[in-house]
Design a protein around this ligand. Structure first.
Ligand code: CAA
Length: 296
């Protein structure tokens, strides 16, 4: 594996491109939007600066990492020579199915097609390709350069060979890969999202306020962020979409999204990316304040 194509240059896509490039892989970063690509390269450069400032990498490592990344607005040109394609586009089933049909047409026959989906069925994604044995989930966590986990998801048709290659490759990125099977939410979000949803219900039922709920989980359970802050960080629209996948996939009412979450997403309060969720980010994520709506 030498050349990796990454589809989508948002938060996850740029983190995935950053990580592969940092570990010496050539990366083709693909996005239909040229401005998004420019923004992504700026973000990668800023995040590399953080690593240089901490002494985790050198200035030369930063320069080499940036040199390893080429950007493309044309999917065919970006993926045709790749050994592995990692799709990190918006979490939308129809969009992912369309992308995978294209990837199956454009990528060379031996290439592995991975999705960074946080909850969409790998088996369903694979079903629109003619290479189900080479389709797999590679679920990175945000922020990708920092988080050690790659959840490697085997679809119904994913081969042992593909799984072994992706497990080995994840290890080469200094990550800890964990192999899981393809059922709604896989492992990470099957456990994380009900916790976040329960935190939102706890707020909705006025058991405690935003800061109180997050403090209990931060100080009581040693979580780096409270569940409401984490929901803002992930994106409330993403949390809602994943909960719907769990609810539909298992048909169990325990996964029903809290009505407060539904209302916040409809109102456009999606967390950090929209400037407000449970917290207000007018002064940036570091100085977040409990949103006026929830302030006591
Ligand atoms: N790139 C490179 N380095 C980064 C970075 C980035 N994007 N973001 C943070 N860092 C580094 C910092 O430089 C710092 O490095 P050192 O440890 O060497 O000092 C370290 O990460 C910690 O950063 P900060 O000091 O700025 O802030 P912090 O201590 O509050 O940590 C955090 C930030 C790592 C995000 C931490 O709050 C955390 O672990 N939060 C929980 C993250 C989490 O749960 N992620 C999973 C979300 S779920 C998901 O992604 C998948 C899904 O399907 C929904």
């Amino acid at each position: 594996m030498k050349l990796i194509a990454v589809i989508g240059s948002g938060t996850m896509g740029n983190g995935i491109a950053h990580t592969f490039a940092q570990f010496g892989y050539q990366v083709n970063l693909v996005d239909i939007n040229n401005e998004a690509l420019e923004r992504a390269l700026g973000t990668i450069s800023k995040n590399l600066d953080r690593q240089v400032a901490k002494g985790a990498i050198s200035e030369t490592d930063k320069t080499n990492t940036l040199k390893n990344i080429n950007s493309f607005t044309d999917t065919k040109a970006g993926v045709e020579a790749a050994d592995l394609v990692v799709e990190a586009a918006t979490e939308n089933l129809e969009l992912k199915l369309k992308i995978f049909k294209d990837l199956d047409t454009f990528a060379k026959p031996g290439a592995i097609l991975a999705s960074n989906t946080s909850s969409i069925s790998i088996t369903k994604i694979a079903s629109v390709t003619n290479r189900g044995d080479k389709v797999i989930g590679m679920h990175f966590m945000n922020p990708v350069p920092v988080m050690k986990l790659v959840e490697v998801i085997r679809g119904y048709a994913t081969s042992d060979e593909t799984t072994a290659l992706v497990m080995e490759l994840s290890g080469k990125l200094a990550k800890e890969p964990v192999e899981v099977n393809d059922y709604p939410g896989f492992v990470a979000n099957r456990i994380l999202m009900p916790m976040i949803n329960e935190a939102i219900y706890t707020l909705y039922e006025n058991v405690a306020g935003v800061a109180e709920i997050d403090t209990v989980m931060k100080l009581g359970m040693a979580h780096p962020m409270g569940p409401l802050q984490l929901a803002d960080f992930i994106g409330l629209d993403v949390c809602l979409a994943i909960l719907k996948v769990l609810h539909d996939g298992f048909g169990n009412p325990k996964y029903a999204p809290c009505p407060l979450l539904v209302n916040m997403v409809i109102a456009g309060n999606k967390g950090i990316k929209s400037g407000e969720g449970f917290y207000n980010y007018a002064n940036g994520p570091k100085d977040a304040k409990v949103a006026a709506k929830f302030a006591k």
